[in-house]
Design a protein around this ligand. Structure first.
Ligand code: B16
Ligand code: MG
Length: 290
């Protein structure tokens, strides 16, 4: 038996029913989803109209069809109030909450964050600038030129715009040299299995990356074929923490932000997702981000 307090949020209710159906998948018996009772078992004085009961029948979580046969809905009336009961059949199908998932690239789909680090390290060693992994974590999701500004904070020397462009371009040459050596093996089975699973559930998939090298990375790793759309450093004017890259990604797959999840390894990326009205999942260096 599962219960909810909500009587009219059909989106939340259908998600809860799908989860419940999956929770009871091994029981081979129906479960009962109740509306109108408190946690302590007391009735909360609700009453239900026939129209309300009809609206509970056949509730669907978009993307996830509720398990057959059709749910049975009825109400029980007591002096203290009524309970609506939805009979739910067990289901092997894992419920899917989002219509779309937008994946960051560097540090989420593949470990190019390490290659960014190695490339910047070569440059900073040559220039005699202190650069370590904690500084590198601040570069995640941030554009190439903004990354350089962060790195130069510790240099004590003033660089002209021209010098900065030249350093950034040198770093990019080193980085692209490393990218050229990438193969399918640079993308983990976990990533491919996750993308395959989401695809099998009908979830639309997009890339949302600040990197202008996204097309090369997707080609080298063979990842392009998994995605319905790609939004990257080549189609935006503001990099993360601006939400632009994710808003464009959602637009490209025809979804509103509230129907999408953003997966990120950068605190700038989590901020960007939040600012755009997306739910966010923080992994790696962003894990624990608020
Ligand atoms: P590029 P993401 C970001 O990619 C990287 O995290 C960040 O370190 C890099 O500076 C930025 O892309 C720009 O990359 O120099 O290749 O254009 O994490 O948003 O996928
Ligand atoms: Mg990243």
């Amino acid at each position: 038996v599962e219960r909810t307090l909500s009587t009219d949020n059909t989106k939340k209710m259908s998600e809860a029913i799908c989860s419940f159906a999956n929770d009871i998948r091994n029981t081979k018996k129906p479960g009962y989803f109740m509306i109108g009772a408190d946690d302590n078992g007391k009735l909360d004085g609700q009453t239900f109209t026939d129209e309300q009961l009809r609206s509970y029948a056949g509730l669907r979580n978009s993307g996830t069809i509720l398990p057959p046969p059709a749910m049975m809905v009825y109400k029980e009336t007591f002096p203290e109030g009524e309970i609506a009961v939805i009979e739910v059949q067990p289901s092997e199908d894992t419920p899917v909450r989002y219509k779309g998932v937008i994946f960051d690239l560097d540090g989420v789909l593949c470990s190019t964050d390490e290659l960014h680090y190695q490339s910047w390290k070569k440059i900073t060693d040559r220039l005699g600038i202190k650069f370590d992994r904690s500084v590198n974590d601040r570069l995640r999701g941030v554009s190439r030129l903004k990354s350089l500004d962060i790195i130069l904070e510790g240099s004590g020397k003033k660089y002209s715009e021209e010098e900065k462009l030249s350093i950034a371009s040198e770093k990019n040459d080193i980085y692209r040299g490393l990218l050229e050596k990438m193969t399918d093996a640079d993308c983990s089975d976990d990533v491919r299995n996750t993308l395959d699973f989401l695809h099998s559930k009908g979830v639309l998939l997009a890339v949302g990356s600040s990197s202008r090298n996204t097309p090369l990375i997707l080609e080298k790793t063979g990842l392009r074929k998994y995605f319905n759309a790609v939004s990257d450093g080549n189609n935006i004017t503001h990099s993360k923490p601006s939400p632009e890259v994710f808003l464009k990604a959602a637009e490209f797959i025809g979804l509103v932000p509230s129907d999408c999840l953003v997966v990120e390894d950068a605190s700038a990326g989590i901020d960007a997702g939040y600012a755009g009205g997306f739910d966010t999942a923080a992994i790696g260096a962003a894990y624990g981000c608020e």
